[in-house]
Design a protein around this ligand. Structure first.
Ligand code: ADP
Length: 239
């Protein structure tokens, strides 16, 4: 009886639980300290307002984290593709961009979308929208104000190719291999500022692999990053 694989899975699971516990402790600890401070300074309305606003930020962070853990376990589940239908990739991308509209406007970042081809694809719309919107959201989060994010959909050989290109901080070569790991962040302070959980790209990777595809990164620190999603065209009929 070879139990190598089951031992490996056990280790991955233990590691994940340890990581989740650690990640949950930070916002919970924050809320607890803030609650204490509010109760001690309850006669100072400015302090109460300030600390309760910070409490809301920590609570939102906790909410995001729990939601992403649920999303991740759902897309890794056995029935992850049970809701797959034939859908239009152009509208998937439009929905994903729409979700990031407010965030982009706040930083005066323009999102330009060009669909050279609209393509039919057999997939799970919710998952694909989530994956593309994670990429667009990262492009916004890791870019300075007044820049542009360019999104392109086209047919490339046997693939539907979706690229999300930003003019942001970029990613060092030594980090590129690790950014798809759960909870990995290049700069955790910066990620925390933007409400990042470190799970966004691992969700992207799982969704794309559920659809038989691949995701690639090209990046130059200080210049920007391009994330390219390739979805196999065998499942695609041109519309
Ligand atoms: P997070 O929630 O921290 O954004 P992700 O899994 O989405 O987590 O991304 C992992 C890390 O990869 C980020 O913390 C960030 O350091 C880096 N990263 C992701 N997308 C970009 C991007 N477009 N530009 C620069 N860095 C990025």
């Amino acid at each position: 009886f070879d139990d190598t694989e089951s031992n490996r899975l056990d280790a991955v699971r233990r590691d994940f639980v340890a990581n989740i516990s650690h990640e949950l402790k930070t916002p919970i600890g924050g809320i607890s300290i803030l609650a204490e401070a509010i109760s001690e300074g309850s006669d100072d309305p400015v302090l109460v307002k300030n600390f309760s606003e910070r409490m809301k930020i920590e609570a939102d962070r906790l909410k995001n984290l729990v939601q992403e853990i649920i999303d991740l376990s759902r897309i890794q589940g056995q029935n992850a593709m049970e809701n797959a239908v034939i859908l239009k990739l152009k509208s998937v991308i439009e929905d994903a961009i729409y979700q990031s509209k407010v965030r982009a406007e706040k930083k005066n970042i323009s999102i330009n979308f060009v669909a050279e081809d609209d393509l039919d694809f057999f997939g799970d719309k919710k998952q694909l929208v989530m994956a593309i919107s994670n990429l667009v959201e990262n492009a916004i989060n890791y870019s300075p104000e007044n820049t542009a994010v360019n999104v392109l959909l086209r047919k490339s050989d046997d693939f539907a190719e979706i690229t999300v290109k930003d003019q942001g901080v970029g990613i060092a070569e030594s980090d590129i291999d690790r950014i798809f790991e759960r909870f990995y962040r290049v700069d955790s302070a910066r990620s925390r500022d933007t409400g990042g959980t470190g799970l966004g790209l691992s969700i992207v990777k799982h969704v794309i692999s559920n659809h038989g595809g691949d995701v690639q990164v090209w990046s130059v620190p200080g210049t920007g990053s391009t994330f390219t999603v390739l979805l196999p065209i065998t499942q695609i009929k041109e519309s």
